[in-house]
Design a binder for this molecule. Structure first.
Ligand code: OSB
Ligand code: MG
Length: 371
């Protein structure tokens, strides 16, 4: 098909509760939403870049800039384009994977809607619903943490992930383990430790955690391999896994035994699928991460989480864990699971009037008249 124009829209939307990680606290989100306009119909994309460059070097304003000034002009100049062409067409531009992922997603949605194929079918989903976990931020006190975790378990979540940082690690894990028994439990440090903390982190071995996610900085892959020999809790990488190549290297080094897949972090659903396939070949289980997505990103993530090597519950929580009102029909937890959309493309509909009401800016980039 031919990409004719792309609408870029920023929305501002409050979180139902503050979300604190080792890198900061979020109260609301500023999200870039794309609409790809093609000769065969439209498709939606969501950019997972945050407001600040604190999870990775990407941030929403930069993502929009690189899309408008570098990525989109190149794609709009092509006579024909499918989602599978996006990576190659943008190869000469380094990095900016979240920005690249967002346009690839919108093109893929348009393409699949046009041929009435769902993301789930396209990706090779083998389940019609996926097990859901919930990511629990750093709290001000242990009693408040226990109240939050108890509330999520009452709603049916099948796994709890606690955000940790130095000073908030062993005690909250111990308290949750003692109060809630053998619930599936894991932790995420978002790079907050150093290899010198290995003996401290080994104290988590007592709590039978599923995994510890990204304890060390993203470029310290070798140090993760060292750490993995010093603790019994399986090491899972998030931030470090930026591509299929990075995943292959980390696996070969022994830096992780589990991988968190986030399509936005690796440049899109197609690269994420290659990482899934690589991990399946190496018997490395994967699970679907989350970036506090709206219903658009959630729809794609839930479809991908239905692929065979997604062996652990994902950070694919229900819409109401994030937002009072989603921009699509809400994802609702049913017996600790979310149903996989089976309609064409992402299989969800954007509430355009609501989207309009929370839009803070929008712009359209078109192919130039000469094309
Ligand atoms: O590290 O997994 C992370 C949210 C924003 C940025 C990074 C992370 C997270 C989460 C939330 O843990 C996952 C979710 O979307 O529920
Ligand atoms: Mg993480």
């Amino acid at each position: 098909m031919k990409l004719e124009a792309v609408e870029l829209r920023r929305i501002r939307i409050s979180l139902v509760a503050p979300f604190e990680t080792s890198f900061g606290t979020q109260l609301e989100r500023d999200i870039l939403i794309l609409k790809a306009i093609t000769d065969e119909g439209e498709g939606w994309g969501e950019c997972v870049a945050g407001e600040e460059p604190d999870y990775s070097s990407e941030y929403v304003e930069a993502a929009q800039h690189v899309l408008v000034h570098h990525l989109l002009p190149r794609l709009l100049a092509l006579p024909r384009l499918t989602a599978a062409d996006v990576k190659g067409a943008l190869q000469r531009f380094h990095g900016h994977r979240m920005a690249k992922a967002s346009i690839e997603m919108a093109v893929l949605d348009a393409e699949l809607r046009a041929r009435r194929e769902s993301f789930a079918h396209y990706l090779g989903a083998v389940r019609s619903a996926v097990d859901c976990g919930v990511s629990v931020g750093i709290h001000r006190s242990i009693p408040e943490l226990l109240a939050t975790v108890g509330g999520y378990l009452d709603q049916g979540y099948r796994r709890v992930k606690l955000k940790i940082k130095p000073g908030w690690d062993v005690e909250p894990v111990r308290a949750v383990r003692e109060r809630f028994g053998d619930v599936l439990l894991q932790v995420d440090a978002n790079t907050a430790y150093t290899l010198a903390d290995a003996r401290h982190l080994a104290q988590l071995d007592a709590f039978n955690l599923l995994l510890i996610e990204q304890p060390l900085p993203e470029d310290q892959v070798l140090a993760h391999a060292e750490l993995a020999k010093l603790i019994r809790t399986p090491v899972c990488l998030d931030e470090s896994i930026t591509s299929e190549q990075a995943a292959a290297d980390a696996i070969q080094l022994g830096a992780c035994s589990i991988i968190n897949i986030k399509p936005g972090r690796v440049g899109g659903y197609l690269e994420a699928r290659r990482i899934h396939d690589l991990c399946a070949k190496h018997d490395v289980p994967v699970w679907m991460g989350g970036m506090l997505e709206t219903g658009l990103g959630r729809a794609g993530n839930v479809a991908m989480a239905a692929m065979p090597d997604f062996k652990l519950p994902g950070d694919t929580s229900a819409s109401d864990r994030y937002y009072h009102r989603d921009i699509t029909e809400p994802f609702v937890l049913v017996d600790g699971r979310l149903n996989v959309p089976d309609g064409p493309g992402l299989g969800v509909n954007v509430d355009v009037a609501y989207l309009e009401s929370i839009t803070t800016s929008s712009q359209v980039v078109r192919s130039s008249a000469a094309d």
